[in-house]
Design a binder for this molecule. Sequence first.
Ligand code: 5GP
Length: 335
Amino acid sequence: MDIPKVELHSHLNGSIRNSTLKDLLTNLSVPIPRTLQNPELEESTRTLSECFEIFPLIHLAVSTSSALRRVVRETLSDFESDNVIYLELRTTPRTLDSGSVGKREYVDLVLSEMKKWVEDKGTRLIPRLIISIDRSRGVEEARENMDIAKELFKMGHDYVVGVDLGGNPTKGTFKEFKGLLEEVRTAGMKVTVHAGEVDNLEEVNDIVAFRPDRLGHFLCVDDGVWEKMEREGGDIPIEVCPTSNVMTLGLEGLGQHPILERLVKEGYPVSINTDDAGVFNTKQSLELYRVAETLGLNEYTVSGLVWGAVDLVFEGNRRTRARVARDVMKGIKGI
Ligand code: 5GP
């Protein structure tokens, strides 16, 4: 799948290269866990709870400004090598360098490294930033993150395009964060919410009623949820992350994905994404390939999926959106 692609659901720290993670842990004299020593083991055994065990380890490894800068640069390079031309990376602000770098500086650092990388490379990749809430860390931290997002958005920062509610879905509730998300939406920002990663229909219904601009994953849903969505405004675009979904749901393969076939066959607005390219040992082209292989799609239908995702980007600048659309279309025509 070498056509130009867009990636809309990708966590910065989850995109860390395994080699970099090992390298940073070694420098800190932290023992390398067994799953990181064997890539095959890694790929086959990451359940949802194992994933949420690995993130603290990644955060420990990426606890300095220089490590964060490295992860930003390498992540952008990896997506660029996979011919992703528009990338919405998301990250949760946190402190670095034993607390001397605050959350706002964390975000500034990510943004400045992105800009620098773009300028140095003269690349056609357009990176953008979504600022995340980690629901396991409570409302106060979430407010700080949303204040940073609103401030940057108000300043007109061209890279900051939206906010996200993520983090361990077994911790906290959507209701706790709803008011904050409402505030950022009122400020004009786009909102995406992780939904239905675990069985919690009450929460999924609350999220659907909130009507975010996009939904992440949306796996554990029933007919009532779809009916509600239809009744209350129609389709909300879904960010599908095939490999991540297979692993976190403990499925035998993508053929068992609860909604993928329905979404693709019914022409639902979806984007296909990596989620955590490092943690799941994947890339966008591989995700598209797996979808194509599982559903028996030809190259043109897969291209149609990529083209459909262009319509779902959070980028507000019309000229930039037009550029992305033109570049994707040029690539598709070249098949
Ligand atoms: P970061 O925000 O530190 O750049 O990226 C890692 C964080 O993204 C994790 O600590 C977690 O909060 C969030 N995250 C990564 N993958 C997933 C996922 O599959 N589901 C949810 N709900 N959150 C995730």
